[in-house]
Design a protein around this ligand. Sequence first.
Ligand SMILES: Nc1ncnc2c1ncn2[C@@H]1O[C@H](COP(=O)(O)OP(=O)(O)OP(=O)(O)O)[C@@H](O)[C@H]1O
Length: 282
Amino acid sequence: MRPGPAGTPVADAVSCTRLAYAFGDTLAVDGLDLAVRQGEVFGLLGPNGAGKTTAIRCITTLLPVPAGTVGVFGHDAAKERMAVRRLLGYVPQQLSADSGLTGRENVALFARVFDVPRRERAERVGQALAAVGLADAADRLAGTYSGGMVRRLELAQALVSAPRLLILDEPTIGLDPIARTGVWDHINAVRAATGMTVLVTTHYMDEADQYCDRVGLMHRGRIRALGTPAELRRDLAERQGTDTLPTLEDVFRDVAGSGLDDHSGGGFRDVRSTRRTARRVG
Ligand SMILES: Nc1ncnc2c1ncn2[C@@H]1O[C@H](COP(=O)(O)OP(=O)(O)OP(=O)(O)O)[C@@H](O)[C@H]1O
């Protein structure tokens, strides 16, 4: 909770305290503290294997919360799973669109799954497709779409339930720069129209710098640096005593340097999953 405009407390869109999650002996998330404020675009950055996807799966209730707490707009993800699910839209790393259905059919499927009232469905599906620039391609098979269009279709699927929180895991991986800009333009347009909060993971530092209000650099299961991209860059310049402003990439290397070497961070499993994700939209 943080004070709102009239002094009344406002719940954070996401609030994790000492969240921990282990796969066998691997501690994927290790005491994560994270607060995403309502209405902001928050970027969760970190090297392969830092624990970003695992943390996101706990927030979306796809994984349980074995230790610590996770809140979404004040709802406890461990105890109020359905309430949390109703508040969020999620675009996972894995392909979530069916190539054998048209764009409209894909979004309609999500509208049914997310209980959009039957009489509103057709209109809401049309609106979601229009919001991501796919109105003209809506009745083509998704299998004929380009990588950028597939990503925008997945965005429409997540938006059809009018979520207050949109969670995107690597939304632009494997896309060319123009398609990447297209995805972000549509996210920002929806956000401007609805005030939706966005939590995104990305490996593209230039995107984080340009589109995120604040970023958290995650390394070995925990946030190691937090702030606006400008704050983090100024901070590093001060610590290094340089006049030229470092890039967010420099900040990332400074924080996660040891995760980018040969011995820690992304193992074979992480590299393989990143390559698979990049290929599936390429
Ligand atoms: N299903 C699983 N079984 C076993 N270990 C897993 C599983 N999923 C993730 N891990 C391990 O947990 C750690 C965190 O992985 P996670 O996918 O959360 O990282 P990430 O920051 O999202 O990485 P990437 O940027 O590659 O997506 C890694 O060491 C990973 O190998």
